[in-house]
Design a protein around this ligand. Structure first.
Ligand SMILES: C[S@@+](CC[C@H](N)C(=O)[O-])C[C@H]1O[C@@H](n2cnc3c(N)ncnc32)[C@H](O)[C@@H]1O
Length: 233
């Protein structure tokens, strides 16, 4: 599959949706929840605020944010694929007190008003976008001045060493074998492909500053395997 091809990416996430959460928990040993919590610690969502979760998938982060912005706040989760959104809506239906709405749309062209969000998150989405720089530009456009956004994704390791070797082993052997057992070998082989050509932390910082953010920092997690891009408009 061609990385970052919008139609192919949409089809991919539609096809893995029913197993996505299970595999995510298994392949990260549940740690993705911890990384998402760390992202929220930096962003500090508050009661009454309006937040966006771009590339929200099955909605776990959007619903966590909805917990934090109570009372009076709201979260809009946006994703281009219908199947993960259906699961997100089911999840929300089990917690109807959380004010989250899930909508199908393109993170590169949301049609939402300028400076309408108090905060924005994007977890494991930037790597999948046809044009990551355009994704950051859209985030900057949507964010109110002085507010924060955060992007969580795999960290692209460009220098050889133990961390890069582990990442290659993890993506090529572990992920693909586990996914193959679930009948999703091809779909998860895409993970390594999608990381090729993805900007590394330093490049993401430059890209974010050129996209309209006034501050940008990149932190790595789990010995460089994951990256968190922390942004201020
Ligand atoms: C790896 S999943 C991450 C889902 C969720 N944020 C999480 O952390 O579990 C990437 C998601 O990005 C969505 N996506 C990819 N390209 C998109 C685009 N251009 N606009 C909106 N969503 C997109 C996919 O449909 C998929 O649900």
């Amino acid at each position: 599959m061609k990385p970052r091809d919008p139609a192919a990416v949409e089809q991919l996430f539609d096809s893995v949706a029913s197993r996505y959460d299970q595999l995510n928990d298994l392949l990260s040993l549940g740690l993705h929840r911890q990384w998402k919590r760390q992202l929220q610690c930096f962003l500090r969502p508050k009661a009454g605020e309006t937040w966006l979760d771009l590339c929200c998938g099955t909605g776990d982060l959007a619903l966590e944010l909805a917990r934090h912005v109570r009372p009076g706040g709201s979260v809009l989760g946006l994703d281009s694929a219908a199947a993960p959104l259906a699961l997100a809506r089911q999840r929300q239906g089990r917690q109807p007190w959380l004010n989250a709405v899930f909508q199908q749309g393109d993170a590169l062209a949301t049609d939402l008003p300028d400076a309408s969000a108090d905060g924005i998150v994007m977890a494991y989405g930037l790597r999948n976008l046809r044009d990551p720089a355009a994704g950051l530009m859209e985030m900057a456009r949507l964010l109110k001045p002085g507010r924060r956004a955060g992007v969580l994704d795999f960290n692209r390791l460009t220098t050889p060493g133990p961390a890069a070797s582990f990442q290659r082993f993890y993506l090529r052997r572990l992920v693909v074998s586990v996914a193959a057992a679930a009948g999703l070998r091809q779909e998860y082989a895409y993970l390594e492909e999608s990381l090729k050509g993805f900007p590394d932390g330093a490049a993401q910082v430059s890209m974010a500053l050129e996209s309209g953010f006034s501050e940008a920092r990149h932190h790595t997690l789990v010995a460089g395997q994951m990256g968190m891009l922390l942004l201020k408009r």
